[in-house]
Design a protein around this ligand. Structure first.
Ligand code: 13P
Length: 255
């Protein structure tokens, strides 16, 4: 049985004080409420230590938004997996569409980052997703298959229990245009079939596949209600404790 994960990607937002109080509030509400789902937050790097402190003793997990594949060295502006671990992270986003399309990251780099995460004790969330023109040209499956295969190159079945996949169609991110449950469901089922071909059906069935892209309190339940949607990666709506908690609540299985 796959446990639902609701993850808040704070992107490049907030101040340290706002991040701290948001983390405290998410921790408080998570303690009180939905123990039935896993909850994680991904703050900007300079806020990690403050957020780690605010979350201490709570079940909310901390993650980094990205990492470099090398452990240390002359890589100005980059942060390594070891540094994220030291700051209290246990998870990391890899290949987010903004990394791919704003910063020009390639599939090869994404794959190196997946390995770096695994080697540094961080559970990677590998993000994949097609752009609008790719969807309109009927190339969605081709893009997803390529990003998934390349991102997981030389990752063995033994490591797959630590890997989460996030399907984030680029046209749905920050646009208010959420994928319909049907569209998300088709993409997730396709990704799971790809995982089954590569790793076998047991591993594919055990792998969590999250949906991300304009998730809001009013669409969370219908998305997570789809058989292959195992949680949500939330951007804008994770910046407010109340809406994030409503999404967590809407994603919780009925008791
Ligand atoms: P929005 O929820 O703001 O569309 O962002 C989604 C996302 O990119 C999460 O990683």
């Amino acid at each position: 049985m796959r446990r639902i994960l609701v993850a808040g990607n704070w992107k490049m937002n907030l101040t340290v004080e706002k991040a701290r109080s948001l983390a405290r509030e998410v921790a408080r509400r998570t303690r009180e409420g939905a123990a039935a789902v896993d909850v994680a937050v991904f703050p900007p790097y300079p806020y990690l230590l403050a957020v780690a402190e605010a979350l201490s003793g709570s079940p909310v997990r901390l993650g980094g938004q990205d990492l470099h594949w090398e452990a240390e060295g002359a890589f100005t502006g980059a942060v390594s997996g070891a540094m994220l671990r030291e700051a209290g992270c246990r998870m990391v986003l890899v290949g987010h569409s903004e990394r791919r399309h704003v910063f020009g990251e390639t599939d090869v780099q994404t794959n190196k980052k997946v390995h770096a995460a695994l080697n540094h004790g961080l559970d990677p969330i590998l993000c994949v997703g097609e752009k609008l023109d790719e969807r309109e040209a009927g190339r969605t499956e081709q893009v997803l298959a390529r990003q998934l295969a390349a991102g997981l190159e030389v990752v063995g079945g033994r490591d797959m229990p630590r890997v989460t996949i996030a399907y984030e169609p680029v046209w749905a991110i920050g646009t208010g245009r959420t994928a319909t449950p049907q569209t998300a469901s088709e993409a997730h089922a396709f990704l799971r079939r790809q995982l089954a071909e590569r790793f076998g059906s047991d591993t594919a069935e055990a792998t969590r596949i999250l949906y991300g892209g304009s998730v809001k309190p009013d669409n969370a339940a219908s998305l997570v209600g789809q058989p292959d949607v195992d949680g949500l990666l939330v951007g804008g709506a994770s910046l407010d404790a109340e809406s994030f908690s409503a999404i967590v609540k809407g994603s919780s299985p009925p008791c």
